[in-house]
Every structure is written in structure tokens, then in C-alpha cells.
Design a protein around this ligand. Structure first.
Ligand SMILES: *[C@@H]1O[C@H](CO)[C@@H](O)[C@H](O)[C@H]1NC(C)=O
Ligand SMILES: *[C@@H]1O[C@H](CO)[C@@H](O)[C@H](O)[C@H]1NC(C)=O
Ligand SMILES: *[C@@H]1O[C@H](CO)[C@@H](O)[C@H](O)[C@H]1NC(C)=O
Ligand SMILES: *[C@@H]1O[C@H](CO)[C@@H](O)[C@H](O)[C@H]1NC(C)=O
Length: 468
């Protein structure tokens, strides 16, 4: 009885699972089982180099369906993109998962979107086909560690059609950090009992030599905006991908005008949250775009991150920048770092190239990478992977000075600089274990000394210490 019930249950699950999985059997088929492919038909994808089974988020890939036998074309086909997780989960809802999108190519009328299945394209006619090309735009950047399966069917005729081997590609998301990531991820709490002074240097690298495709026709008008940004707290955002651009960032990206974003930064200055030091660096124009632009700024254990932006002109609404760059690490203030910068799109103006006549993006989009790997031939980034693109700038940041906070200031309960979780924990402990109070009190001093010693021995400048 129980056995019977189990079989029934698994049948139920199976049929529900099948309902969601796209059935690629050609509607014309008179034979319902697929035939052996024998390696004649093949689907391939334009992944580069070592990335054979890997996709990068938000990139365009070219899928090709081919026959390797000139006497055996195919008449019908279907390509479906899906999450292989659906095989194991009967509750799986393909509508809720971003597997990217398949795009038919306008110049090629062989394919259209399928009405039978989600995320599928199929043939438009019965003609003999030897090669079909489709574009796939991979899923947007998100937190999921996601696999994607591309599944094709080709049919020679009503009796002979193929699926499976050589017609299925499974790709895993590339989890390597983007090249332009800061060395440390943002952390909510900073445990350092000191302030620090940094220098940030923007080194422009955008030139006809490095970025020849659609390089602007009148380079005399090329230029960067001022470098603008701030040191700020963990919960303050000047800009970040997937957020809408602030009015200040919009004005900067569209007009290279920093007035509004500067105002936003100044208005957010606060000892407890928000911004601390305004970062402003010189504008650089053609032919001096390779000359550095630099600025000094201060950080503390509230404002231990920095963000900055530089607009590139001409462009619809593109800018370079870093966001939530963490400088507080558990071994002290970051000494130095250099990251490449690649262009971002503020999401407010449409335009595929530097000199495109821009139009207002409706509805307004969020900040994202410029369409790298775009399949628009007008784009400077046509069919390009981020790891092939030359940086538009290099951003250097280096520690100049560390200023320890005096022990009293650091441990003061009502101090602006409520120093570190460790210390808050200590204070908790002290209330509970008054006996240990004397010993524990030394803690902040020790950590300051450590920082001071490190700083003195560092090559990044002298420490202005007279407190220890
Ligand atoms: C591909 O991988 C091999 C071995 O891991 C490595 O030596 C080679 O440099 C890689 N090539 C590229 C282009 O990353
Ligand atoms: C192509 O297919 C035909 C018909 O099946 C077969 O006779 C021929 O040998 C094949 N040619 C190649 C090069 O495989
Ligand atoms: C088809 O798949 C088989 C088995 O995975 C593989 O050995 C063969 O090289 C593939 N053929 C083509 C043309 O990719
Ligand atoms: C800081 O400000 C942001 C909004 O700008 C707010 O969401 C966050 O809760 C604030 N954090 C603290 C610790 O006050």
C-alpha cells in the first residue's frame, strides 16, 4: 500500500516537473523519441580562452547551431535557456529566476521567440539550415551562485530530430572578483583607534591607442571631469551599481559638472554617519589626459570607506569610479592599493557610443556597467569581455599618516568615536566583571601602540605622533 502510494507520489512529482521543463519535441514530429546525434549537429558558445564552462554576468555571448555534414541540414530548431536546478525541484518556477535572455538577430529572420516555452527561441520557417546564430545575454550580477543550461533541439524532418549530447551546454557563473574590486569588502565596523590620512591618485588611461574602437572624432574636446568623492561611513552611499544615480551623479555623468554632487557630499557631512572629507582633484583635458589628478583625505573608524567618480567626455552618461572602497582592515589601515577603472553607465541617458546623440532613458535605469560585450556594432565595447578591456584609468590609494586617538577619547562612552566593537564588548564585560577592569583598560593603548609602530616603520611617510 505504502509502495503504491510512493509510486503515485513520484509520478505526480514527475509530471509536475515535466510541465515546467520546456518540451522541445517538434510539433510536426511523427516519431516521439529523438534520434542519435552521432556528433553531426552541435551547439557552441563564444566563451573565451579558459572560460569554457563559465559565464560572466551581464555579457553577450553568441550561440551557434551547426551541422558538420553538408548533405544533412536541419529544418526546425529550438533553443531554451534554463536553470538546471529545475530538475531537482518540483516547485521550481522558471518565471522567478534570471537566466539571462536569448536574443534573435534582426538581420537574420531564421528565428523568433517561442510561444510554447519560456526563455526559448525557435525557427520561423521550414527552410534547410546549416548554421543559425542567436545571442544570449547572461544573467545580471546577483548574489546567487547560479548555473545556466542552454538546451537545443534540431530536427531534420518529421522522423529524425535530436537533443542531448553536443546540443546542451551547462555554464557556471564566474565567481572570480571583478578586476576593479577594491582589495577588501566593506565591513560595517572598524576597530581601529586612530585616524588616517590618505592620498588618492587618478591616472587616466583613455586614449586612441588603448581604446581605438569609435574613439571620438574630435579628440580636442575629450576630457575627464574633476575627480570628486568623499570618505564616508559604511551605511552611506555616494553611488553603487544597481542603485539609481543621485541627481548629483546624473549631472556629473551627463555634463561633467560636479556642483550638485559636491553639494550632496557637503550636505551629508556628519560625525556619526554620512561623509567626512570632500575629495576634489583637478580636471584633465586632451592632450593631458594621462596626467594624474590627486587629492588628500582623512578617514576614521566611522568614515573608513571612500567613494569617488570622474565623468568621461564625450559620452552619454558614462563615468569612472570606485564605490565603498574599504580602508579599515583587521591588520590596520590599508597601506596602498591600485585598481583599474572601467566605465559605468549612470542609467539616465541612452546612447551606445561616446558620440551617440543621446536621448533620455525612459524609464530611468539604475547604475550599471556600460554594455560590455554589447551586440550592437556601434558600441565601442562590441563583443568584448571585461577581462579583455583595457582600463580607462588606474586608481591608486596610499596611506600617508596615522593619528592615534588618545586612550581616553577612544574609550569614552559618549564619544563621537565609539571605538570598535571589541571595545564595546569590553565595556559590557567590565560592567559584568568589575575586577578585570584594570587589565582590560590597557587594551586600547596596546592597539594604538601597534599601529604607531607599524606606521613609523612604514615607508609611506612619517607619523605625526607625539601622544605615545
Ligand atoms: C589558461 O590556463 C592555463 C593553466 O591553468 C594557464 O597557464 C594559462 O595562462 C591560462 N590562459 C589564460 C588566457 O588565462
Ligand atoms: C553525410 O551524411 C550522408 C547521409 O547520411 C552520409 O552518406 C555521408 O557519409 C555523410 N558525410 C560525412 C562527411 O559524414
Ligand atoms: C559530441 O559529444 C561527444 C561526447 O561528449 C564528444 O566526444 C564529441 O567530441 C562531440 N562532438 C562534437 C562535434 O563536439
Ligand atoms: C546612516 O544613514 C543611513 C541613511 O543615509 C541610514 O540608513 C543608516 O541607518 C544610518 N546609520 C547609522 C548607524 O545611523
Amino acid at each position: 500500500m505504502l509502495k503504491k502510494f510512493c509510486i503515485l507520489l513520484s509520478l505526480l512529482v514527475l509530471s509536475r516537473g515535466q510541465k515546467q521543463r520546456c518540451d522541445q519535441t517538434p510539433p510536426q514530429a511523427t516519431v516521439i523519441t529523438p534520434s542519435d546525434n552521432m556528433g553531426i549537429y552541435r551547439m557552441s558558445i563564444s566563451t573565451k580562452g579558459n572560460d569554457t564552462n563559465i559565464y560572466r554576468p551581464d555579457q553577450t555571448y553568441v550561440l551557434k547551431l551547426t551541422t558538420n555534414n553538408a548533405t544533412r541540414p536541419f529544418r526546425w530548431f529550438m533553443i531554451t535557456v534554463e536553470d538546471p536546478e529545475m530538475d531537482n525541484n518540483p516547485e521550481y518556477d522558471p518565471k522567478l529566476v534570471d537566466v539571462g535572455s536569448l536574443k534573435t538577430i534582426d538581420t537574420n529572420k531564421q528565428s523568433r521567440y517561442s510561444e510554447r516555452c519560456y526563455n526559448s527561441v525557435e525557427n520561423t520557417d521550414n527552410s534547410d539550415k546549416y548554421k543559425v546564430e542567436i545571442h544570449w545575454v547572461s544573467p545580471k550580477q546577483n548574489a546567487r551562485r547560479q548555473k545556466v543550461r542552454l538546451r537545443a533541439m534540431v530536427a531534420e524532418n518529421k522522423e529524425v530530430w535530436h537533443v542531448g549530447e553536443n546540443l546542451t551546454i551547462t555554464l557556471e557563473k564566474d565567481d572570480r572578483r571583478p578586476l576593479d574590486s577594491p582589495p577588501y569588502p566593506p565591513e560595517p565596523n572598524c576597530n581601529l583607534c586612530s585616524e588616517a590620512q590618505y592620498e588618492v591618485i587618478f591616472n587616466g588611461r583613455w586614449s586612441r591607442m588603448t581604446h581605438p574602437r569609435y574613439y571620438p572624432s574630435k579628440p580636442d574636446d575629450n576630457g575627464y571631469s574633476h575627480l570628486v568623492g568623499a570618505s564616508h561611513s559604511f551605511s552611506h552611499t555616494i553611488w553603487q551599481p544597481a542603485d539609481q544615480a543621485s541627481p548629483g551623479l546624473q549631472k556629473l555623468a551627463e555634463e561633467a559638472d560636479i556642483s550638485l554632487i559636491e553639494r550632496e557630499i557637503i550636505d551629508s557631512m556628519s560625525p556619526l554617519n554620512g561623509t567626512r572629507t570632500l575629495i576634489i582633484g583637478k580636471r584633465r583635458f586632451h592632450p593631458n589626459m594621462g596626467e594624474p589628478s590627486h587629492s588628500l583625505f582623512r578617514v576614521d573608524n566611522v568614515h573608513h570607506l571612500f567613494s569617488l567618480v570622474v565623468a568621461i567626455k564625450p559620452s552619454p552618461d558614462w563615468f569612472l569610479g570606485a564605490y565603498k572602497f574599504e580602508l579599515c582592515t583587521n591588520v590596520g589601515w590599508l597601506k596602498e592599493s591600485e585598481i583599474p577603472l572601467f566605465p559605468w553607465d549612470a542609467g539616465t541617458m541612452d546612447g551606445v557610443s561616446y558620440e551617440s546623440v543621446p536621448s533620455i532613458t525612459q524609464p530611468r535605469d539604475v547604475v550599471s556597467r556600460v554594455a560590455v560585450g554589447s551586440f550592437n556594432k556601434e558600441s565601442p565595447f562590441y563583443q568584448m569581455n571585461l577581462n579583455e578591456m583595457k582600463p580607462f584609468a588606474l586608481l591608486q590609494v596610499r596611506l600617508l599618516n596615522v593619528f592615534p586617538l588618545v586612550g581616553a577619547e577612544c574609550s569614552q562612552e559618549d564619544s563621537v568615536f565609539t571605538c570598535s566593537e571589541v571595545q564595546n564588548d569590553l565595556q559590557e564585560e567590565q560592567r559584568e566583571n568589575p575586577k578585570e577592569k584594570e587589565d582590560e583598560k590597557e587594551e586600547p593603548m596596546i592597539s594604538e601602540l601597534k599601529i604607531a609602530e607599524e606606521c613609523i616603520s612604514s615607508e609611506w611617510g612619517e607619523c605625526l605622533l607625539n601622544t605615545v
